[in-house]
Design a protein around this ligand. Sequence first.
Ligand code: AMP
Length: 659
Amino acid sequence: MDIQAEIQALRGKLELWSHQYYDLDAPTVSDYEYDMALRELERLEGEHPELITPDSPTQRVGGQPLSQFHEVRHEVPLQSLQDLFEPGELTDFLRKVEEQSEQHRWVMEPKVDGLSVALEYLDGVFVRGATRGDGQVGEDVTENLRTVRSIPLQLKNAPHRLIVRGECYMSRAVFQKLNARREEAGEPLMANPRNAAAGSLRQLDPKIAARRRLDCIIFQALLIEGRDFPTDSETLDWLETLGFSVIDHPVCETEEEISRRIAALGEDRERYPFDIDGAVVKLDDLAQRELLGSTAKFPRWAAAWKYPPEQKETVLRDIVVQVGRTGVLTPKAVVDPVRLAGTTVTNATLHNQDFITEKDIRIGDTVLLQKAGEIIPQVVSVRKDRRPEGTEPYHLPAVCPVCGAPVRRDEDGAAFRCTGAECPAQLVRNITHFASREAMDIEGLGPAVVQQLVNVGLLSSPADLYDLDENQVAQLDGMGQKSAHNLSLALEKSKGQGMARLLTAFGIRQVGSKAAQTLSRSFPTLDALMAATAEELTAVEDIGGITAQSLTEWFAAPQSQHLIRRLREAGISFDSKEQPVGSALSGKTFVLTGTLTSYTRAQAKQLLEAQGAKVADSVSKKTSYVVAGENAGSKLTRANELGIPVLSDDELTELLRKG
Ligand code: AMP
């Protein structure tokens, strides 16, 4: 195959795959396969730059990050629209225009709730894209717009110069996925598709913008060189033939038709993949538009009918609490079904406890719901005058509704989180974290494999990893005998990672790898750490009261104890590998003998270990101190023989205090 044909074939394949991925939501190849083909195309194009075309998939991946956006002065200003809220206002507007115009045909378009952009083409090639800004001067966001798949990079049969105006938006489907991903990663959620689109379009790194999958729909030609159309509707039809995605633009003639269309659009909002905040009425005849002209702010020949966000009352029957993959408890209202902005609504977000408390939302209340930009309706207010007898203020449960572990409020936010070590809702995330590089570092155990293992029922706790059967693992998609064997080896190796990594792997709030290392320098084993009191924990440098509390609570939970027991049985090392520092006792070896009066043997051992000392059974030259209680026997004799210092109970207490 010659190079040109090879490049063509690769482009065809990549375009098909991205259509399947982005438009049909039905990928037929893995991301990896896509990336490899793209890289191959980049390589070929790199060797033959003369064969690069502006519509090649390589041109959409997003160029270098910018340090700032440049200003663009719009050749044709991007005007705003006058708003209409009342039927009377619509009547007045139509009458005024029709009095001055010979043509009485109107284009009706949905008003897309996104961001206005101007796209410029030279000889059919997309050369510049800018935001609206103040209408006169906007920002050059060409690189980001290049990544938008519904913006053609090359037009068919285009005039020499063309500038079109459209609305950039994030579809509701993409928005939902984006937020689901953010929720999973514990990142703050985007308020609505419009904000998400605005944020994405103003990303300085086009690669991030590319991942956000924006769309763009065209509603106006601002400048066409060498072509004249009598009407807007014909212009839009023609733009469609060039390859643009063009807004719906039926033509209406009477006020009655216009009103019907406005009502229908309002009812039909859900039919569109984007949010609509109005209906735009524009005179179709372009020559008449010229004659009418504009005010300082908006054209006289167009107006936007604004839909108020629809609100409906319904009864809140229940509050259900969901546990997300990061353990956050999210309360959701279950309401009596009600039609709202085109869909039947049965539940509403309640955000968090603060939201519920502030509005004093109770089960049994009549509430007012609204969808404003957001897809899921919100509770706007409570009809306290209709509150039934016997309702009570609502509080999130103190234990996780999924696993029963204690729930804790984040120190730095409104979220309440389940602390369960084996909580099924957080399982995939917890196990993936357990295996991650900074934790137990189990190679080959990424989220996809963990998800599969959970799905087939082989994992319900991190401890199950150590019971995995190699043959069963080999059956998984994309695994095979060799990978399964490698995973076994990696698991075996992880058993010896030691206390700091194990502690990190538990994912206890406030205890990341740094705190885990600090702790494992102060406590020789996990058991010593578990036995430590809050005072002993806070005595460690950099460990504050909140961390100490988080640790003690976590260790006290039955789920945690169960996990620790199983890990111990699996032969996981609980010993610190870190060099003890700080304590005068760290690294010293003690032998206890006789009956101590101030402590039991076990207590003395724990206290010593908590300060980094070791406790041995027999006296040798390596012994640092022997602690002798009443009726000390042969160990004391041996200590004296070897000249090892002998301490009384009191001296030990003193040493521990100083240490
Ligand atoms: P406003 O922001 O309320 O002044 O309304 C004007 C804005 O509506 C314009 O800047 C466009 O971004 C936007 N818009 C969305 N859809 C359309 C449409 N079909 N025709 C004109 N403007 C639209």
